[in-house]
Design a protein around this ligand. Structure first.
Ligand code: CMX
Ligand code: CO
Length: 150
């Protein structure tokens, strides 16, 4: 079951400037920073609210590490803005199998590592009415706590 909006991914050119906008305009603070080489991003996670499944909803601010990465390519074409939405579930493997069975292209054969030790996969935007869609299972609390922010 998809049980929450886990995060909204927002592409930006300058992570620090964008973090400062969200802090000074809305009061959202950075909970976690991370570089994900595989995804080609430097990111900041801003916690917005808790959810009734025990998880949370975040803003994921994304600056590309390289032009030839999903966020880098998208920024060059569209400029800054909302890049993807992510639904949270406690079983990303089962959800990926279920949507694959409904004819939606799942981009990864097996989930990969996302923010804060989560496991993530993506659905092709052309199969989702133009929305790049991510499915996330958060790390168990112990694993998340052991994950270092930098
Ligand atoms: N939202 C909606 N549509 C998108 C999109 C996005 N973010 N990114 C690409 N597309 C669309 C393009 O508009 C294009 O459609 P048209 O041909 O109709 O114009 C099509 O997808 C192909 O676009 P492309 O620029 O050629 O991009 P690629 O095919 O090389 O890559 C995709 C597209 C979805 C496979 C790639 O972006 C991807 O693998 N994304 C998943 C990984 C990712 O986004 N990582 C960063 C976030 C990490 C995180 O959340 O932790
Ligand atoms: Co994301």
């Amino acid at each position: 079951m998809l049980s929450r909006i886990d995060h909204i991914g927002i592409a930006c050119h300058d992570l620090d400037a964008t973090v400062e906008f969200y802090r000074s305009t809305y009061g959202f603070e950075v909970h976690h920073r991370e570089v994900n080489e595989e995804q080609g991003v430097r990111e900041a996670m801003l916690r917005v609210n808790g959810t009734d499944d025990g998880g949370a909803t975040w803003l994921q601010l994304l600056q590309p590490l390289r032009e030839d990465s999903p966020v880098g390519k998208w920024l060059a074409r569209h400029g800054e803005g909302v890049h993807h939405i992510a639904f949270g579930t406690d079983d990303v493997d089962a959800e990926a199998d279920a949507v694959r069975g409904r004819g939606v292209r799942v981009l990864y054969d097996a989930p990969r590592r996302g923010s804060m030790g989560s496991r993530i996969t993506f659905l092709h935007p052309q199969d989702c009415h133009g929305v790049l869609t991510e499915i996330v299972t958060a790390a168990a609390p112990d694993a998340a706590r052991g994950h270092s922010a930098h």
